[in-house]
Design a protein around this ligand. Structure first.
Ligand SMILES: Nc1ncnc2c1ncn2[C@@H]1O[C@H](COP(=O)(O)OP(=O)(O)OP(=O)(O)O)[C@@H](O)[C@H]1O
Ligand SMILES: [Mg+2]
Length: 750
C-alpha cells in the first residue's frame, strides 16, 4: 500500500498531534468545522500505513451510512486503495453484523429482519389484540414509545414493576411484544444494540474474540452515543484496543433517542489515561458565522467554553428576514435562491434550507415549485414510509425470512387476492396451534395444495387463494436461494403480483406511486452484487441523511437533525419562531431548551459563507392562521452581525424593508402552478407531457430483445416529445431507460 506521502501536510499541529499519537486512548473535543472527522479519517490511514495495523483490526463508527461511505472514499484517496476488511459503519449496522455472525449463540437466527417504527407498532397492535386490550384506551403509539424508552434504559420486562393498571398494561404488552419479535425472527432498532450488549457481557468467549480483534476503535460524533452504545464500546475496549473518539458536547442533538452527552465525561472517567486534544481552528466558516453561533450557544450553562477561530475572514452579515406569513417566508427563500442562481452567484448544490420539523418542508416545496426551482428533499420517511415502497419491501422480507408475520399480514391480500381478515386470523391460529409460523403454513399449502394437512382448516375458496399465494412465495424463495439476481427477483414479484395494475390506477397519484416502486428498483440495482440480505439491511437502517442524493445540482431541503456533520456554502434556517425553534414541547424544560439551542447551533455552523434566518408573523394552521412571535434565540445574536430584511414585524419594532414582497410575481406564477405531489430526491417540476405523436410499441410487461443487452422485461413505457421512452429490466444488466427511436428493440413476447 503506497500512502499519499503528503497526507500529514494538510493538518495543523493539533490535528497532526491527534493523528500521529502513539497507541493509547484519545479524546478529541472540539467545535464544529475544526476537522474532527478529517482527523479521524487521517488517523485510520496513519494506523494502516505507519503502524501497519491490518484494516480488519479497525472498527470505525460513523453517525450515518452516508458518512461511512464518504469516509471510505476519503480513505481510498489517502491510501491509494480501499482498505480491505475494515469495519466501518453506524452502530446499528455494526451491531447487526455482529448479531448475524453470532446468531448461533443467540435466540434468533441469522436471517432476522429489522423492524422499523411502523412494524413495531403493528406488533404492539397484535399484542394488544391477543391480550384482549382495547387499542382505543391504550394507544399503540404511546405503548411503543414506552417500550422503546425502557429499551433505551436497557430495561427488560423482568426489570420493571407496575404501580397502576396502565403500567401493568404497558408491561404485559412489552412482554408479549418481545415474544412476538422472537416468533417473527425479528429485532427492533433498540434490540440491535441491547442484544450486542447482552452478548458481550454474558458471553466471555465472544467478547474476547471481538476485543482481541479490534486494535483501534474510532468513533465520530461521540457526543450522541447512548447508554447501550457506550457500553458496547467499553466492553470492546477491555482488551488491547485503543479508543479514538471525537466529539463536541455542544452538538449533541439526539437526546430524544436516548443520546447522552455526559458519556463524554464518563469516557474521561473510565479511561483516565486518555490523552485529551483540543482543536481550535475552524476551517469551515467565516468569523461572522462563528460569532453568531457562539452567541447562541454561550447561553447554555454547564458547558466548557471552547476557543474557536477562523482564518476565513469576517464574511457577510447574517440575513434575518421577517415576513408577514409563512407562505411569504417560503417564497422569500425560493426567490432569493432563484435570483442568485440566475445571476450565477450560487450553484444549486451549494445551498441548504433547514427547518426544525419535517412538516415545515411542505410550504417550502410548494414555493420551490412556484419558482420553478428543482430541489432535493432529504428524509427517509418521505420515501421509505410510502405504502407502495413498504409493500414491495415486505414481499422481499418475506422471501428472506418466512417467519416475518408483520410483512406477511401486510401483503397477504395486497394486491387483493381474496384473502380476508378472517382467513388471516384462522391462518395465525392454525400456526399457533401447530407451533410453527404462519409463513410455514403457507409454504406447506403452496407446496402440497389440497394434500396439505392445513387445507381443511380453511373454506374452499380461501384455501385455494392461500395455496396460490404460498406457491408464489415458494417459487420466489427458491429462485432467490438459487441466486436469482436481486433486481430480477424484484421485477418478478411485480410481474407475478400484477402490482403495477394494482397501484397505478392511471391517476397522477397512481403514476407517482408506480414511479416510487421503480425508484426502489433502482436502489435494488445498486445492491445487485451484494444480495437481498444487504439490501434489506440497508433499507432497515436508512437514516434521513442517507437519502441525500449525490451529484444533484439542486438546493437541499432538510431538517436540522439531518444536517449534522454536513457543510454547505449557503444555509437558510427557516421558522425562527417561538414554538417551532425552540419547539413548543421544550419550552418548560431547561434540558430540552438547551438541546434546542444546540440544534440551532448545529444549523448555523453548517454554513461556510452565508446564513439566512427567516421567520413569519403568522403561520397557517388548519384552515386559519396563528400569530407567531420571533424565536427567543434571535435576540441573543448581536445586532451588528445581522442584516434585517422583510416586512415590518410588530414584535420586533419597525425597520425599513429592503426586500419587496414578491406578491405581483406570485400572481403570475400561481397560474402555472399545479398541486404538487411530494417526491423523493430531486424533483423536476415539469408537468407530465404526453404528446402521443407516435404510437406505443413496447407496452409494459412485454418481453423485448436488445442487440447488446439481450432479453428483458418492459416495466414502463411513456410517449413523450414524439418518442417512446421505455424502461426495461434486462436479465443481464438490469434496469435501463431507452428511447425507442434509437435503441434497436425487438418484441419477443407480448
Ligand atoms: N487542516 C485543514 N486544512 C484545510 N482544511 C481543513 C483542515 N481541517 C479541516 N478542514 C476542512 O474543514 C471542514 C470541516 O472539517 P470537518 O468536517 O472534519 O470538521 P468537524 O470538526 O468534523 O465538524 P463537525 O463538528 O461539524 O462535524 C472540512 O471541509 C475539512 O476538509
Ligand atoms: Mg464531523
Amino acid at each position: 500500500m503506497i500512502p499519499n506521502p503528503d497526507f500529514l501536510s494538510g493538518l495543523n499541529p493539533q490535528q497532526k498531534q491527534a493523528v500521529t499519537a502513539p497507541p493509547g486512548h484519545i479524546l478529541v473535543l472540539a467545535g464544529p468545522g475544526s476537522g474532527k472527522t478529517r482527523v479521524l479519517t487521517h488517523r485510520i490511514a496513519y494506523l494502516i500505513t505507519q503502524y501497519h495495523l491490518p484494516p480488519s483490526n479497525i472498527l470505525a463508527v460513523t453517525f450515518t451510512n452516508k458518512a461511512a461511505r464518504v469516509m471510505e472514499s476519503r480513505l481510498e484517496d489517502l491510501l491509494g486503495e480501499k482498505p480491505q476488511g475494515i469495519w466501518l459503519g453506524t452502530f446499528h449496522a455494526i451491531c447487526a453484523r455482529i448479531l448475524r455472525r453470532e446468531a448461533e449463540n443467540l435466540p434468533f437466527s441469522s436471517n432476522f429482519v429489522i423492524y422499523d417504527e411502523d412494524d413495531q407498532q403493528s406488533l404492539v397492535k397484535t399484542a394488544l389484540r391477543e391480550l384482549n386490550i382495547d387499542e382505543k384506551m391504550f394507544k399503540p403509539a404511546s405503548i411503543r414509545s414506552v417500550i422503546s424508552t425502557a429499551k433505551n434504559n436497557m430495561q427488560t420486562p423482568d426489570d420493571l414493576t407496575s404501580r397502576n393498571y396502565r403500567e401493568e398494561v404497558n408491561l404485559r404488552v412489552y412482554r408479549r411484544y418481545q415474544e412476538l419479535l422472537r416468533v417473527n425472527n425479528a429485532l427492533d432498532f433498540d434490540d440491535l444494540l441491547n442484544e450486542v450488549v447482552n452478548l458481550l457481557t454474558q458471553n466471555q468467549a465472544v467478547r474476547d474474540r471481538y476485543s482481541r480483534r479490534f486494535g483501534e476503535i474510532l468513533v465520530d460524533e461521540f457526543q450522541d452515543t447512548n447508554t447501550a452504545q457506550y457500553q458496547i464500546l467499553r466492553s470492546l475496549a477491555v482488551g488491547n484496543a485503543s479508543m479514538f473518539v471525537v466529539g463536541d458536547e455542544d452538538q449533541s442533538i439526539y437526546r430524544w433517542r436516548g443520546a447522552d452527552y455526559r458519556n463524554v465525561q464518563s469516557f474521561e472517567r473510565d479511561f483516565p489515561d486518555c490523552q485529551k486534544i483540543l482543536l481550535e481552528q475552524n476551517y469551515r466558516s467565516t468569523q461572522t458565522v462563528l460569532d453568531a453561533a457562539r452567541a447562541i450557544i454561550d447561553h447554555n450553562i454547564n458547558r466548557t467554553p471552547k476557543r474557536l477561530f477562523s482564518d476565513n475572514g469576517k464574511g457577510e452579515a447574517i440575513t434575518l428576514f421577517e415576513s408577514a406569513d409563512d407562505k411569504l417566508e417560503a417564497d422569500y427563500v425560493a426567490d432569493t435562491i432563484r435570483q442568485n442562481l440566475k445571476a450565477k452567484k450560487w450553484k444549486g448544490s451549494q445551498v441548504a434550507v433547514m427547518y426544525r420539523t419535517n412538516a415545515q418542508s411542505r410550504l417550502l416545496e410548494e414555493a420551490f415549485l412556484r419558482a420553478n426551482l428543482p430541489y432535493r428533499l432529504v428524509g427517509a420517511q418521505r420515501f421509505y414510509g410510502r405504502r407502495e415502497v413498504k409493500d414491495i419491501i415486505a414481499y422481499l422480507r418475506l422471501i428472506y425470512n418466512p417467519s416475518d408475520e408483520v410483512s406477511l399480514t401486510r401483503v397477504i391480500n395486497v394486491p387483493p387476492r381474496g384473502i380476508g381478515d378472517k382467513t388471516v386470523t384462522t391462518l395465525q391460529q392454525r400456526a399457533h396451534e401447530m407451533n410453527i409460523s404462519a409463513g410455514e403454513v403457507l409454504a406447506d399449502l403452496g407446496k402440497l395444495g389440497q394434500q396439505s394437512a392445513h387445507f381443511a382448516s380453511f373454506s374452499g375458496r380461501s384455501a385455494l387463494s392461500l395455496a396460490d399465494f404460498g406457491s408464489n412465495l415458494n417459487t420466489w424463495r427458491e429462485a432467490s436461494s438459487k441466486g436469482m439476481p436481486l433486481t430480477r427477483l424484484f421485477f418478478q414479484i411485480l410481474e407475478d403480483t400484477a402490482y403495477q395494475e394494482y397501484i397505478d390506477d392511471t391517476t397522477e397519484e397512481g403514476h407517482q406511486r408506480w414511479e416510487n416502486v421503480l425508484e426502489l428498483g433502482k436502489i435494488a440495482a445498486e445492491f445487485e452484487d451484494r444480495g437481498l440480505d444487504e439490501f434489506l439491511e440497508r433499507l432497515a437502517l436508512v437514516s434521513d441523511q442517507d437519502t441525500l442524493a449525490e451529484d444533484v445540482e439542486a438546493p437541499t431541503l432538510l431538517t436540522l437533525h439531518a444536517a449534522k456533520g454536513l457543510e454547505f456554502p449557503i444555509v437558510f434556517i427557516t421558522g425562527l419562531d417561538d414554538g417551532l425553534l425552540p419547539h413548543s414541547r421544550s419550552l418548560d424544560d431547561p434540558e430540552e431548551m438547551a438541546e434546542e439551542r444546540r440544534l440551532l447551533y448545529v444549523g448555523i455552523t453548517r454554513a461556510k459563507d452565508r446564513v439566512y434566518l427567516t421567520r413569519a408573523d403568522r403561520r397557517s394552521t388548519y384552515g386559519g392562521y396563528d400569530n407567531s412571535a420571533p424565536s427567543r434565540f434571535l435576540k441573543d445574536i448581536p445586532a451588528k452581525l445581522l442584516l434585517q430584511q422583510g416586512a415590518v414585524s410588530s414584535s420586533r419594532g419597525g425597520f425599513s424593508s429592503s426586500y419587496s414582497s414578491p406578491r405581483e410575481r406570485r400572481t403570475e406564477s400561481y397560474a402555472n402552478w399545479t398541486t404538487p405531489s411530494p417526491t423523493y430526491g430531486s424533483f423536476k417540476p415539469t408537468p407530465r407531457q404526453a404528446k402521443p405523436a407516435v404510437e406505443q410499441r413496447f407496452p409494459a410487461n412485454c418481453r423485448v430483445k436488445h442487440e447488446v443487452w439481450g432479453e428483458g422485461l418492459v416495466v414502463k413505457s411513456v410517449l413523450e416529445d414524439g418518442d417512446e421512452t421505455v424502461d426495461v429490466f434486462f436479465d443481464t444488466v438490469g434496469f435501463k431507460r431507452l428511447a425507442a427511436s434509437l435503441a434497436k428493440l425487438e418484441i419477443i413476447k407480448k
